[in-house]
Ligand binder design. Structure first.
Ligand SMILES: Nc1ncnc2c1ncn2[C@@H]1O[C@H](COP(=O)(O)OP(=O)(O)O)[C@@H](O)[C@H]1O
Ligand SMILES: [Mg+2]
Length: 240
């Protein structure tokens, strides 16, 4: 693989459901070592983009390249093995399973069992609020803790790139801040991040680069700090 290739490079992407188009000519790049955010209103097509990247739905035009390799037609399991981690919308934990079982499931595609055991300890170090609750059923955790379990589970796959679909939705402000700090910490560990958010304030504060998606099209692309002070973004997404 070319070492200088971006972690993720999407260009000219069209996708939708059956005959209903949702994404139009989408181009997004996640450079190595970066946190990139895609902000957009409800229904803009954010989760659809995650499904295309993850191989859950097929694009009708354009290309997706991951770590320099074309993966436009890759299946979900191939994407996971290639180093893609997804924290889906709504977390989708296995509520009847314990925290330990959820984390073990996160490593299902891996064969490096010794490294998995090390990562188990390392991931738990990131989440002091979970560490002593390995036998607790996922459904018994608070909303914020469940989001952390979902992130921890994705990290157990040892991803190179983590896609997070609205991780702060429905969380209290103090928990939002905790999740934001975690995302930065994870990025410092060498995991690149594509953060999908409706909460533009938080997303643009922690990201390096940002894209704005409207009606399935990328309408703005700029440094996150520039978007944060952009009057159009402030009016449409920050309510000021
Ligand atoms: N499974 C589906 N089948 C048909 N249409 C869908 C499906 N999922 C989402 N859509 C439609 O695609 C559009 C984009 O949805 P989505 O990607 O979930 O937006 P966002 O995540 O930005 O809120 C919406 O109009 C939605 O109704
Ligand atoms: Mg969504």
């Amino acid at each position: 693989m070319p070492l200088d290739a971006p972690t993720l490079e999407i260009s000219g992407l069209d996708a939708g459901y059956g005959t209903v188009p949702v994404l139009h000519d989408v181009a997004i790049t996640v450079e190595r070592g970066s946190v990139v955010t895609l902000i957009g209103a409800n229904g803009a097509g954010k989760s659809t983009l995650i499904k295309v990247i993850g191989g859950l739905i097929q694009s009708t035009a354009g290309s997706v390249s991951f770590n320099g390799a074309d993966c436009t037609r890759s299946r979900p399991d191939q994407m996971v093995r290639a180093g893609l981690g997804i924290v889906p919308e709504g977390r989708r934990l296995f509520g009847e399973m314990t925290l330990r079982e959820n984390l073990e499931l996160g490593a299902y595609a891996r064969t490096d069992r010794q490294q998995v055991a090390k990562d188990f300890d390392r991931v738990l170090e990131l989440f002091p609020e979970l560490r002593d609750r390995l036998s607790t059923h996922a459904k018994s955790f608070s909303g914020g803790q469940q989001q952390m379990v979902a992130i921890a589970r994705a990290l157990m796959g040892a991803p190179k790139l983590l896609l997070l679909d609205e991780p702060t939705i429905g969380l209290a402000p103090v928990v939002v801040d905790r999740v934001a700090a975690l995302i930065q910490e994870i990025s410092e560990f060498g995991v690149d991040i594509l953060l999908i958010e409706q909460n533009a304030e938080v997303a643009l504060t922690i990201a390096d680069f940002g894209y704005v998606l409207e009606n399935g099209r990328v309408v703005m692309a700029d440094n996150a700090k520039a978007l944060l002070v952009n009057p159009e973004v402030r009016l449409a997404y920050l309510g000021v």
